[in-house]
Ligand binder design. Structure first.
Ligand SMILES: Cc1ncc(COP(=O)(O)O)c(C=O)c1O
Length: 412
């Protein structure tokens, strides 16, 4: 293996790892040997302790104690307990977060709640480059309530926000490019126009700090299967600032959001606070896995997490620029970068597949992006160095052009 490249050799990467204050958190994960996992921005790795916790839930709580576990094992309060742990990672109070459903469903609930809070305003503003589900759901909310969905210029979202705007909804870290919006400036701009501000934090929580209180944001959603490592399809979260709670109504009025679910009343009365964002029976096995997964963040400072993430992405960018001629799509300015780096290549799918065959797992986003996520809790500088070494080989040998990579799998 080549030892010197782009001014940074592998020994320097090893030194970075020895000086890394978060070096020990890698042991909190059960990573497969021989794999450099650069897809934690899509599905986080398995934290140690999750398997045991899920086994306990299955065998003792469900298998042995059966339905009694709703009370004896505290299943009924599990969404609230997990919400409190997520709140700490996004600058919210525990009672401002609900853990339920998927991000898509929570976008629907919160956008509907937002437009009900601004009945004299008929416009939802969103960036067209958002993750598609946000746009699909916003269009559906607009259609359901007879509103306009206005697509803004992603480079200047506030230009589309005016006196007619009920809510501006943006994804903090762009899933395709890794570009970060200025959370403070944009939230303030939306408020100055009298609009509510909603953030999608799917690519934020667990990788970079977001302070919902400091920004004054009104609403937020996010998933827990990326940097929070909750597992495939883990439940999502919804945030609403406490000042809005008393007036907040959401359209999916299920029994678990009722003030007294076991009184079995005919008519719906919302629970106080965020509990009204529960809809149906909580997924206890998935919630238990997520709860155990969040232990990986115990004692971790969010500033240290961000510093590590930037160290990894900066190293990757520097090595890629020194050793390849690929276009780096992600902003070079660290302030404007999330925890991923996207590279452009006409055969990006083949590049991603050839790397996977070499044990470097990233992914592909249509039409021409190879995407690499850097989960700061379990990746090292040497992983970055080794990944770039593999990338150089893939490009030199044109492995991306192999016929096997001509047909895309269902999930890319
Ligand atoms: C920004 C963003 N929003 C939403 C989603 C998906 O939401 P859901 O939890 O409904 O699958 C993703 C998935 O990658 C995403 O990146």
């Amino acid at each position: 293996m080549q030892q010197m490249s782009g001014g940074i050799d592998r020994l320097t990467a090893e030194q970075m790892d020895r000086a890394d204050p978060l070096a020990a958190t890698r042991d909190r994960f059960a990573l497969p040997p021989g794999v450099i996992y650069l897809d934690g921005n899509s599905l986080g790795a398995l934290p140690r302790g999750v398997t045991e916790r899920v086994a306990e839930v299955l065998e003792a709580e469900w298998g042995r104690d059966l339905i009694g576990s709703w009370n004896t094992a505290g299943w009924i309060d599990l969404p609230g307990r997990v919400a409190g742990r997520i709140a700490a990672l996004i600058g919210a109070d525990p009672d401002e977060v609900a853990v339920a459903d998927s991000t898509s469903v929570n976008v629907f609930k919160l956008l509907a709640a937002a437009v009900a809070l601004r009945p004299d305003r008929r416009v939802i503003v969103m960036e067209p480059s958002t993750f598609p589900t946000d746009g699909y759901v916003a269009a559906s909310v607009a259609q359901t309530y007879g509103l306009e969905l206005r697509w803004c210029d992603p480079a200047d979202p506030l230009a589309a926000v005016g006196a007619d705007t009920a809510v501006l909804s943006l994804t903090h870290v762009d899933y395709r490019t890794g570009r970060v919006y200025d959370q403070v400036q944009i939230t303030a701009g939306a408020h100055a126009a009298g609009a509510l501000m909603m953030w999608d934090l799917c690519h934020t929580a667990g990788a970079l700090p977001f302070d919902l209180h400091a920004t004054g944001a009104d609403l937020a959603v996010g998933c827990t299967y990326k940097y929070l490592n909750g597992g495939p399809g883990a439940p999502a979260y919804a945030f609403a600032a406490r000042r809005l709670h008393s007036d907040l109504s959401q359209p999916l009025t299920g029994w678990m959001g009722h003030a007294e679910p076991f009184e079995m009343r005919r008519d719906y009365v919302p629970s106080a606070g965020m509990r009204r964002f529960q809809v149906g029976t909580p997924p206890i096995i998935a919630l238990s896995a997520l709860d155990a997964a969040l232990d990986a963040f115990d004692g971790v400072e969010l500033a240290a997490l961000r510093a590590k993430s930037l160290q990894l992405t900066s190293l990757f960018i520097e090595l890629v620029r020194a050793r390849t001629d690929l276009e780096v799509v992600t902003p070079l300015d660290p302030e404007r970068r999330g925890s991923q780096v996207s590279l452009r290549h006409p055969a990006a799918y083949g590049v991603a597949q050839a790397l996977i065959a070499r044990g470097v797992v990233g992914d592909f986003r249509t039409p021409d992006i190879a995407r690499f996520g850097f989960a700061p809790l379990y990746l090292r500088a040497v992983d970055v160095w080794d990944a770039v070494e593999q990338l150089v080989q893939v490009l030199q040998d044109e492995e991306y052009a192999r016929p096997a990579y001509a047909v895309r799998a269902a999930v890319t």
